[in-house]
Design a protein around this ligand. Structure first.
Ligand SMILES: C[S@@+](CC[C@H](N)C(=O)[O-])C[C@H]1O[C@@H](n2cnc3c(N)ncnc32)[C@H](O)[C@@H]1O
Length: 254
């Protein structure tokens, strides 16, 4: 199956499955937020934070728990609806990173949890510069499967074959991560490794929330997941897998 769709269609693909996204995607580990505070040079407690591309609020909730004064920004109807059900007390405005619905100089920190790549940096970087107060920070992060773990590498390779995507010429996390960062900003970076143990069905449900599968042929995708479930059940007879992740974080003071 070749997944070829325009970026805006892919970017909206989460809206139809927002409840499943909220239930099955992993959240982020406490060490990530320690690293954000360290690289941003300030505590999250009391900070005015815009969490852009907030989705259903998986990252927003962790920022909120740390005492950040959050304004979440989300363009998608389905994701925004789920956000309001999950975090009714947190402020959410509709909009996207290419035209932030926020006042000039109003934020200490802008965060993008797995959402920066959906923006057009020619527009989103100037918007970050406009909305941050002088000395404010931009934090971008992505949570990827740990490519040192054999069963996850094997699964990613099978997924690439299914999707008709070539094995990347730059296979390391670090190289792929750096390729997503916008030019012209001076980023400091960290990698945070962590894991969670989940039933195989929950792992498959998590995979199914990724845009590559959301835009695919539903019958082919279901067959692919049936094959994955059988393979994993043979590999892990106790019915659980350890999902191992590396969060790659980049922080700049634009
Ligand atoms: C992979 S989800 C990440 C959601 C959430 N931040 C999290 O960590 O779970 C990507 C989110 O980016 C949003 N998005 C799509 N286009 C965007 C844009 N141009 N600017 C900001 N966010 C965008 C999508 O609607 C979606 O909610």
């Amino acid at each position: 199956m070749i997944a070829c769709m325009t970026k805006p269609v892919r970017a909206r693909s989460f809206d139809a499955i927002a409840a499943a996204y909220d239930a099955h995607r992993p959240t982020y580990p406490p060490a990530l937020f320690d690293a954000v505070e360290d690289l941003a040079g300030r505590s999250l407690a009391g900070a005015r934070v815009a969490d852009v591309g907030a989705g259903t609020g998986l990252g927003t909730a962790r920022l909120y728990e740390r005492g950040a004064r959050i304004t979440a920004v989300e363009p998608g109807d389905g994701m925004a609806g789920q956000f309001r059900r999950s975090l009714p007390d947190v402020s959410l405005v509709r909009g996207d990173g290419n035209g932030l619905p926020l006042r000039t100089g109003s934020m200490d920190l802008i965060t993008y949890a797995q959402s920066w790549h959906w923006t057009d940096p020619a527009r989103s970087v100037p918007e970050v510069r406009r909305v941050l107060r002088p000395g404010g920070a931009l934090a971008l992060w992505w949570n990827d499967s740990d490519r040192t773990v054999e069963w996850l590498v094997d699964q990613e390779d099978r997924t690439r074959v299914f999707l008709g995507v070539e094995i990347p010429a730059v296979p390391s996390h670090r190289a792929r991560f750096r390729a997503q960062l916008p030019d012209g900003l001076d980023f400091r970076t960290r990698q945070v490794a962590w894991s969670r143990r989940v039933p195989i069905d929950a792992h498959i449900a998590n995979m199914a929330t990724h845009s590559d599968f959301l835009i695919g042929d539903p019958v082919e995708v279901r067959d692919y997941f049936d094959r994955e479930r059988a393979l994993l059940t043979a590999l892990f007879p106790d019915g659980e897998v350890e999902e191992a992740y590396v969060v790659s974080l980049a922080v700049a003071h634009p």
